[in-house]
Ligand binder design. Structure first.
Ligand code: AMP
Length: 431
């Protein structure tokens, strides 16, 4: 199947060819035809599957065939974070280069006035975070009455972040007749309710099984004492010659401190989280993409939507409190079919979190102790390299860049505990 075979016009097929895409990803192959046909769509798809192009390409095509040079947007994409909005905006601009449509991105944390000027000049496609969008609509600098296509990107994340009321307020500002596309990595009852309220006879497209970690991602747990984590991380980065590592911490403060400490270890690093200005975040991301820094330390919220192709290494410096976040985190690597590796530095106090994650994944993650850092036992599990019970059933490939060549199989199954999880993302405010 090729892009033109999906029904895309030459200008768009050429734009994706220029990006180096040879063929559509599964979500693109399934979603593009029904969207082009004008249908609503529910897309179950994690980031990294090519879902941005899956909705951007047909949206551009449909809007390009309509009237041109409007004053108010006809395509509206809502995204949970500024980073994701910026990246979707970039995709719209890149893919739409040959189509004479205009687009803009608006999000909070930066001045309103340049955005007001931009909106005044007229926009065909607007990509926005919900709060700032409502600010503009509320003060009359944005008219949403001409929207023909609405996209809710990473809708599950928007709900997690408490945007449901904002979304409902936005919906009230839109014309009743429009095409709706909703993308979500998970199907919770809340997502189903939102979808039921918005979508009319939607095409259902799902490419990643629910809550399944990307299969191309090579996962490993390194047990380590809490106080030794930073030293172990530096060692892994150095010994493995890792040049581009995304590291997750649980708190903003932790992210800052770790980036500083790594810097002192001679490993150029930057932190990216919600307290940083937009300029600082953009600079950190640029420095990371262009290899001026080796390590980007991020919190879960800030990392959402970070799109870096071929990101080879993701490190969970601390396990997330919410198991689904683990899946989102490791989805940053092994993108679009590339191999990636995700390692988790797990201290004894994180056993319960690890069990919850393994329960969600329905598999145990292989354990590998690193010489010199063997002080911590997780659940009495042995190093997968030393145990004949391991089984090695995951068929995982050689990890990239690692100096250690252990034959890690799956660790022994230890059956997840029935520890109840609290409400989703209870610690959101502190991140
Ligand atoms: P997304 O899931 O939209 O975040 O996209 C994940 C990554 O895959 C991005 O870096 C895209 O540039 C890339 N990508 C999207 N479509 C394709 C394709 N058909 N072939 C190769 N890479 C792609």
């Amino acid at each position: 199947m090729s892009f033109p075979e999906l029904g895309l016009v030459a200008a768009l097929s050429e734009a994706v060819a220029a990006k180096g895409y040879q063929s559509p990803t599964p979500i693109q192959a399934q979603a593009i035809p029904p969207i082009l046909a004008g249908r609503d769509l529910m897309g179950g798809s994690q980031t990294g599957t090519g879902k941005t192009a899956a909705f951007t390409l047909p949206m551009l095509q449909r809007l390009a065939s309509g009237r041109s040079r409007p004053r108010s947007p006809r395509g509206l994409v809502l995204a949970p974070t500024r980073e994701l909005a910026a990246q979707v905006g970039e995709s719209v601009a890149t893919y739409g280069k040959g189509l004479h449509l205009s687009s803009a991105v608006i999000f909070g944390g930066v001045g309103m006035n340049p955005q007001i000027d931009r909106l005044r000049r007229g926009v065909d496609i607007l990509v926005a975070t919900p709060g700032r969008l409502l600010d503009h609509a509320g003060q009359g600098t944005l008219d949403l009455s001409q929207v023909e296509i609405l996209v809710l990107d990473e809708a599950d994340r928007m709900l997690d972040m408490g945007f449901i009321h904002d979304i409902r307020r936005v919906l009230k500002l839109l014309p009743a007749r429009r095409q709706n596309l909703l993308f979500s990595a998970t199907y919770s009852p809340e997502i189903k309710e939102l979808a039921d309220g918005i979508l009319r006879d939607p095409a259902l497209v799902e490419v990643a099984r629910r809550n399944t970690a990307a299969e191309t991602v090579d996962q490993v747990v390194h047990p380590v004492a809490k106080a030794e984590k930073r030293a172990l991380l530096s060692k892994l980065i150095r010994d493995g010659g890792w040049s581009q590592v995304l590291v997750f911490t649980r708190t903003k403060h932790g992210a800052n401190r770790l980036a500083e400490q790594l810097g002192k270890d001679g490993i150029p690093s930057a932190a990216i989280h919600g307290n940083k200005s937009q300029n600082a975040r953009t600079k950190a991301l640029d420095d990371f993409k262009t290899n001026r820094i080796r390590v980007l330390v991020a919190t879960d919220v800030a990392s959402r939507g970070i799109d870096i192709r071929l990101l080879p290494h993701v490190v969970n410096y601390e396990l997330p409190n919410v198991p689904e976040d683990y899946v989102h985190r490791i989805g940053r690597t092994g993108r679009a079919g590339e191999e990636g590796c995700a390692c988790s530095l797990v201290s004894a106090d994180e056993r319960g979190l690890l069990k919850d994650i393994e329960k969600l994944l329905k598999r145990s993650i292989p354990v590998e102790k690193i010489p010199g850092f063997e002080m911590c036992e997780i659940d009495g599990r042995e190093d997968a390299r030393n145990t004949s019970r391991g089984g090695g059933g995951q068929g995982r490939g050689q990890r990239q860049g690692g100096g250690r060549s252990g034959n890690r199989g799956t660790g022994t199954s230890h059956g997840g505990s029935a520890r109840r999880r609290g409400p989703r993302r209870p610690q959101m405010a502190s991140r």
